[in-house]
Design a protein around this ligand. Structure first.
Ligand code: NAG
Ligand code: NAG
Ligand code: NAG
Ligand code: NAG
Ligand code: NAG
Length: 331
C-alpha cells in the first residue's frame, strides 16, 4: 500500500516536471501572455514577447484594420545574419501562404539601419487588435488553414523557400546608398597600387572567434584550415583575371598574419573594426564570394550574387544551398 502511494506521488512529480519543462521549452515566451488574465491580449503586448530585449512601447498606435485571417511572424534571436534569415523567413512564408507578414520592432529597427526599404511591417498598424494565441502554429507543416497564424522560432531558417525567390530577396535587402558608397571606397583603396583596369573582386568572409567553439560543440568539427581558403582562391584565379580578394572577418589580425604575404589580398578593418553593416555592404559589393560558414557569410554571398565557394562542415549541415543556387560550390 505505501509503495503504491509512493509510486503515485513519484508519477505525479514526474508529470508535473514534464508539464513545467514543456511549458518552458515550447510555450515560452507565449507562456507570458497566457499567464495574464485570459489568453487574449493585443499585438502590442505580443510584439514585446517576440524580442530578446525590452522594446519601448509606442504611445500612439495608429488605429488601423485588424488582420482578417492569420499572420506570420517570428521571434528574435542571434545577430545580424540570423535576424536577416528570421526576416526573410517571414517574408517567404507570407508569400507562400497568403498570410499577412509582421516582424517585431526589434528586428525591423536593426535591419532598417542597413537596408533601404523593407516591405514587411512592424505591428504598429495592428497594435490595438486582439491576438488569438490559440490560433498560432509554429511551422508551415503544422499550418492547415488561413485562420491559423504562424509564429516561427528564433534562428528560423526557411532557406528553401526564401531561395526560391532569390532575386526578390536580394531586392528586398537593398543596402543603403551611404553604405554602398563607403564599401566602394574600400574596394578602391584595395586596388590603388594596381595598374590593371578591370578587376574581379572576390569577397572572403572568415568567421572565427566564438564560432570555433560552436563548430566543435555542434558538429564536432575543426575550423576551416588554410587549404580551404587557398584552394577557393585558386578557383577564382583560374577562372577570372585581375582577381582581388577582399577579406572581411571577426578576426582580422589572424587573417593578416595568414594571408598578408599574398599580394592581391586586402584585409579590411585592419586598424579599426568596421560595423557589421559596412562589412555586409563590402561583401555584397564584391563580384564573387568565398565564405567558410555562418549566416553572415551566407548573406554576403547571396547579396553579391556571383560564384560562391563555401566550406563543407559535415555531410548533413543545413547550410548547403548548392541544390538551389547553381553557381554555389563546396570544397
Ligand atoms: C488543422 O490542424 C488542427 C490541429 O493543429 C486540427 O485540429 C484541425 O482539424 C486541422 N484542420 C484541417 C482542416 O485539417
Ligand atoms: C476565419 O476568419 C474569417 C474572418 O474572421 C471568418 O469569417 C471565418 O469564419 C473564419 N473561419 C474559420 C474556419 O474559423
Ligand atoms: C571585365 O571583367 C569581367 C569579368 O572578368 C568581364 O565579364 C568583362 O567583359 C570585362 N570587361 C572588360 C571591359 O574587359
Ligand atoms: C564587380 O564589382 C565592382 C565593384 O562593385 C563593380 O564596379 C563591377 O561592375 C563588377 N563587375 C562585374 C563584371 O559585375
Ligand atoms: C548529422 O547526422 C548524424 C548521423 O546521422 C547525426 O548524429 C547528427 O546529429 C547530424 N547533424 C546535424 C547537424 O543534423
Amino acid at each position: 500500500m505505501p509503495n503504491t502511494n509512493h509510486n503515485l506521488l513519484f508519477k505525479a512529480i514526474i508529470l508535473a516536471l514534464c508539464v513545467i519543462s514543456f511549458v518552458h521549452v515550447f510555450l515560452f515566451p507565449l507562456y507570458d501572455i497566457n499567464a495574464g488574465r485570459g489568453t487574449v491580449r493585443t499585438y502590442m503586448d505580443f510584439e514585446q514577447s517576440l524580442c530578446t530585449n525590452n522594446i519601448k512601447k509606442r504611445r500612439i498606435w495608429r488605429l488601423g484594420r485588424c488582420p482578417q485571417y492569420g499572420i506570420v511572424t517570428v521571434m528574435q534571436g542571434g545577430r545580424l545574419g540570423n535576424q536577416m534569415w528570421e526576416y526573410a523567413s517571414v517574408w517567404a512564408l507570407a508569400r507562400r501562404t497568403g498570410l499577412e507578414p509582421y516582424v517585431p520592432r526589434c528586428i525591423r529597427i536593426k535591419l532598417d539601419q542597413i537596408f533601404e526599404q523593407l516591405s514587411v511591417p512592424m505591428f504598429d498598424e495592428i497594435g490595438q487588435c486582439q491576438v488569438e494565441i490559440s490560433n498560432f502554429v509554429k511551422s508551415l507543416e503544422a499550418w492547415n488553414y488561413t485562420n491559423q497564424s504562424i509564429i516561427l522560432q528564433k534562428y528560423s531558417f526557411q532557406h528553401e523557400l526564401v531561395l526560391t525567390w532569390v532575386q526578390d530577396i536580394v531586392q528586398e535587402f537593398t543596402i543603403k546608398r551611404k553604405l554602398v558608397e563607403k564599401s566602394q571606397q574600400i574596394l578602391h583603396i584595395a586596388i590603388k597600387s594596381s595598374t590593371a583596369k578591370n578587376h574581379t573582386f572576390v569577397g572572403v568572409h572568415v568567421r572565427r572567434t566564438d564560432y570555433i567553439g560552436y563548430l566543435m560543440w555542434k558538429y564536432n568539427a575543426k575550423p576551416a584550415d588554410m587549404r580551404f581558403y587557398m584552394s577557393a582562391m585558386n578557383f577564382f584565379e583560374r577562372k577570372y583575371r585581375n582577381v582581388v580578394f577582399i577579406v572581411v572577418s571577426d578576426d582580422p589580425v589572424w587573417c593578416w598574419k595568414k594571408f598578408g604575404i599574398k599580394k592581391n589580398i586586402y584585409v579590411t578593418s585592419k586598424h579599426h573594426k568596421n560595423s557589421p553593416a559596412l562589412d555586409l555592404a563590402i561583401l555584397a559589393s564584391c563580384n564573387h564570394s568565398i565564405y567558410d560558414y555562418g549566416t553572415f557569410g551566407q548573406w554576403g554571398a547571396i547579396l553579391a550574387g556571383g560564384d560562391t565557394i563555401f566550406h563543407k562542415i559535415s555531410h548533413n549541415t543545413s547550410g548547403n544551398f548548392s541544390p538551389m543556387l547553381k553557381n554555389w560550390h563546396t570544397i
